[in-house]
Design a binder for this molecule. Structure first.
Ligand SMILES: [Mg+2]
Length: 205
């Protein structure tokens, strides 16, 4: 079986990373409100990336050195390794690999930043393939390109809209909606899990 995993909020605690970046930016003079507003602007627009975020906050920095220092600290943060992976994820992926399953990351966002997060997670070597698509609605067409119509596969994602589009493209694939507690969206008609332990049960038994 191939398992196509979403990355953000599915395997990787993007909210925790966002808070860590906010702490660094706020030390440089940025207000929480300005941080949040510009974060969303990027995340729901062209894709989040810290230096683009710092540039959007141009009038907020105490001085240019504060901005440079903040970006340096974010860069250091991303070198820490094993970062922001939800508990149980690494073990689950290792167990899936040892059972012979093929593992793929199918994620959307800024190309460089997605790869930086995946490198930081320490999970990269467990995947047979990493696919970063640049924006909303692009996952389903990419899934169609990289998968076979008769493939035995499961798709795991916390985004119901993306799941729905992928299932329209590959209706024979098993789909798993990772319903994070903070996520208000309804299940698009997939199996539903709320924890890595439940996901393990669905994928391994
Ligand atoms: Mg996600």
């Amino acid at each position: 079986m191939t398992v196509y995993f979403d990355f953000d909020h599915t395997l990787f605690d993007t909210r925790e990373l966002r808070q860590a970046i906010a702490r660094i930016f706020l030390k440089g003079g940025v207000t929480q409100a300005a941080f949040d507003e510009t974060y969303k602007e990027l995340a729901y627009g062209v894709g989040y990336e810290p230096s683009a975020h710092a540039a959007l906050l141009a009038g907020q920095w105490r001085d240019p050195a504060a901005r440079e220092q903040a970006l340096k600290e974010v860069s250091e943060l991303m070198k820490s390794g094993g970062c922001y992976v939800f508990e149980g994820v690494t073990e689950l992926l290792k167990d899936l690999k040892s059972k012979g399953h093929r593992l793929v990351i199918l994620t959307l966002g800024n190309l460089g930043w997605q790869h930086a997060k995946i490198a930081c997670s320490g999970l990269e070597d467990l995947f047979d393939r990493v696919e970063v698509v640049p924006g909303p609605g692009r996952k389903a067409p990419r899934l169609k390109e990289i998968s076979g119509v008769d493939e035995l596969a499961t798709v795991v994602d916390d985004n119901p809209g993306e799941l729905q589009a992928m299932m329209a493209m590959r209706p024979n694939f098993r789909c798993v909606y990772f319903h994070r507690p903070v996520n208000p969206y309804p299940n698009p008609g997939c199996e539903e899990v709320v924890s890595i332990a439940e996901l393990r049960k669905v994928l391994i038994g």
